[in-house]
Design a protein. Structure first.
Length: 182
């Protein structure tokens, strides 16, 4: 974990806050927002750190996309979420992005449990988990077996993942402000 300069922290916080707002309101993260975040992340890192900032930014975006694009391909995640995490990686670099991803995963898990409980779908969700594991064992994609396991389906119980990204990113910024070396 490394400390991010205040300007980068502010832009990053603004990016994920706007993305969470759009995801809650429209159930999508706009391309212009993710692309702007990616570009601003790269430019700011080059401005602040020179050529090493460029490589750090590209490695962060690359790692994020390496993790999130397969989730999108499996239809477990929206494309906007994958692109948003690419922008977050471009702003933070690979090591900080890993911390954000871990915190985002924790918040996403907690929010998913709350959503499942609030909708009264515990048994249904457990059955879907069993179906996912079974489909992998037989080398089928889960969404091909049950269309509601496709995040794009109207039947799917969908979580606005940009909210988890927002919470994970802000938590990381707080932790880094306290413990990261400067």
């Amino acid at each position: 974990m490394s400390y991010l300069p205040p300007a980068l922290q502010g832009v990053l916080a603004l990016l994920v806050m706007i993305a969470a707002f759009f995801d809650l309101r429209e159930r999508r993260v706009p391309n212009w927002l993710a692309a702007s975040g990616l570009l601003v992340g790269i430019v700011m890192n080059v401005f602040l750190f020179g050529i090493s900032g460029l490589w750090n930014s590209l490695e962060g975006a690359g790692l994020a996309l390496l993790v999130y694009v397969p989730l999108f391909a499996l239809r477990a995640m929206g494309a906007g979420d994958a692109k948003l995490m690419g922008a977050v990686g471009a702003m933070t670099g690979p090591m900080n992005w890993l911390g954000i991803m871990i915190l985002t995963s924790i918040f996403g898990g907690v929010l998913a449990i709350v959503l499942v409980l609030a909708k009264g779908r515990v048994r249904h969700t457990l059955a879907n988990l069993r179906l996912i594991l079974t489909s992998w064992r037989f080398r089928h994609l889960p969404y091909q077996v049950t269309p509601e396991l496709d995040v794009g389906s109207e039947k799917a119980l969908r979580l606005p993942h940009a909210v988890s990204i927002f919470l994970g990113t802000l938590s990381f910024l707080v932790v880094a402000a306290i413990w990261a070396p400067r």
